[in-house]
Design a protein around this ligand. Structure first.
Ligand code: PGA
Length: 254
């Protein structure tokens, strides 16, 4: 997957049953196969990943996990799932540092460890960053920059091309409206610049920055075109199958 639009569906703790998960995945997989310029990654709960894996390699469609353990190898780590285990059952991506995990206690240091574990285990990390509130003076920009720097602290430069950033202003997650498109554009440039400060300008130009927060099939086109992002991280709409398929088609039309 390179230089293409990327739409990631973060299913969160949905749907309620394996049967429903299979149904959504089957329909999304079929829709993805009909796209020309867009790759789709769905991130179901851990328990559904293996079960929704297509039997054969499927066009424009891949699986991801919603988090990954900081622990590597095997051992006495109750409740943990390693990157290598996820890779073994068919995941290719892992979300790290989602705000809902950060709220439960994930610090930037832990996010950095998860990111490293994902890379070491053969998964492409999708690192979520974003401010909780926006102040008029713009102090949140410094916070965002620190969050990026700290979350990427354990990644070697050579891995930069395998890292995806999802910019998700926390106040827009689960909200009615997304951030306005020109602010998305502005902030995504800021994120690329922060990435360049860490990994060099060539990597800064290449890194894919996704936007997440209240994306749906109605606003996806506008966010992609006016917001000029490389893709989207979609929560609610990713388990609303008809809406998600419309969203994919809208992104592919650009
Ligand atoms: P939302 O969630 O699309 O439901 O706002 C986005 C996210 O949490 O990744």
């Amino acid at each position: 997957m390179s230089n293409r639009r990327l739409v990631v569906g973060n299913w969160k703790m949905n749907p309620g049953t394996l049967a429903e998960a299979k149904k959504i995945a089957r329909k999304v997989k079929r829709a993805a196969a009909g796209l020309e310029k867009t790759e789709v990654v769905i991130c179901p709960p851990f328990t559904f990943v293996a079960a929704v894996k297509p039997r054969q390699k499927s066009k424009n469609f891949a699986l991801g996990a919603q988090s990954v353990s900081v622990e590597e190898g095997v051992g006495a780590h109750t409740g943990e799932v390693s990157a290598a285990m996820l890779s073994d059952i068919g995941a290719e991506f892992a979300i790290v540092g989602h705000s809902e995990q950060r709220k439960k206690g994930d610090t930037d240091e832990m996010v950095a460890q998860r990111l490293k574990a994902a890379l070491d285990g053969g998964l492409t990390p999708i690192v979520c960053v974003g401010e909780t509130v926006r102040d008029k003076a713009g102090a949140y920009m410094e916070g965002l920059k620190d969050q990026i720097k700290n979350s990427l602290a354990l990644a070697p430069k050579i891995a930069a091309k395998n890292i995806i950033i999802a910019y998700e202003p926390v106040w827009a997650i689960g909200a009615k409206e997304p951030m306005v498109a020109d602010q998305i554009y502005e902030t995504s440039i800021f994120v690329k610049k922060a990435f360049a400060d860490i990994f060099g300008s060539a990597n800064g130009l290449k890194v894919r920055v996704l936007y997440g927060g209240a994306v749906n099939f109605r606003n996806a086109y506008e966010i992609m075109t006016a917001g000029k992002v490389d893709g989207l991280l979609v929560g609610r709409e990713s388990v609303n199958t008809p809406g998600f398929i419309e969203l994919l088609k809208a992104v592919d039309r650009i």
